[in-house]
Ligand binder design. Structure first.
Ligand SMILES: Nc1nc2c(c(=O)[nH]1)N[C@H]1C(S)=C(S)[C@@H](COP(=O)(O)O)O[C@H]1N2
Ligand SMILES: [Mo]
Length: 186
């Protein structure tokens, strides 16, 4: 194709548009209020009253009493946001899974490696864990469904709170925990 004067000027204009300061400005747009909030959310959530555990589509609703009747685990974690140590007591999530549909053994080991959990609070805040990282036989650190802190009920954090002693920040600790759903990525 022969380059005419007009097609050449069109190219130059297009080039200027791509390089223009307007575009550069749009890319460097300041963080929105929402974006800043999302990094450290602590909006009040309605208190969790029961915990729904779903394994492969089979749901079980658990009460605090049922959790407290199981073997208890206490972990002391450092809350990087409050800069304080906090001692939580509850049930190892691996124990809950073993009891309600996902025991880790030879037959489920490979499936464990390819499965994940969605843990959700009453405010719909949710996080993901791999099943491998909540199993004590596979991973350092404890993941518990806590029902008390410092020997007392969780108060505004609801009846259940997910705590992970391996994380450096409290962002995967779910206050007012209301549902845990196990899914396989296969
Ligand atoms: N239900 C619920 N849990 C949540 C959040 C949330 O918005 N809702 N925010 C998370 C984030 S991002 C952080 S940093 C910690 C902060 O909790 P804290 O202020 O109680 O330490 O809680 C986590 N758990
Ligand atoms: Mo956060």
């Amino acid at each position: 194709m022969k380059m005419t004067a007009s097609s050449l000027s069109t190219l130059i204009v297009l080039g200027f548009l791509v390089m223009s300061p307007v575009r550069v400005h749009a890319q460097a747009a300041p963080k929105t209020e929402m974006g800043a909030m999302a990094e450290h959310e602590h909006a009040p959530a309605s208190p969790s009253k029961s915990l729904m555990l779903t394994v492969d589509g089979k749901a079980t609703t658990l009460s605090v009493a049922e959790l407290q009747a199981m073997p208890q685990k206490t972990v002391t974690v450092h809350n990087e946001h409050t800069k304080a140590d906090e001692t939580y007591t509850g049930v190892l999530l691996g124990d809950l899974l073993a009891k309600y549909g996902f025991p880790v053994d030879k037959t489920t080991h490979r499936k464990m490696l390819r499965s994940y959990l969605i843990a959700e609070g009453t405010d719909k805040y949710w996080v993901l864990y791999s099943v491998t990282e909540i199993e004590g036989s596979e991973h350092n650190g404890d993941v518990i469904v806590a029902t008390s802190v410092g020997g007392k009920p969780l108060a505004e954090d609801g009846q259940f709170k997910l705590i992970d002693s391996g994380d450096k920040k409290p962002q995967r600790w779910v206050r007012n925990l209301s549902a845990i759903t196990l899914k396989s990525a296969e």
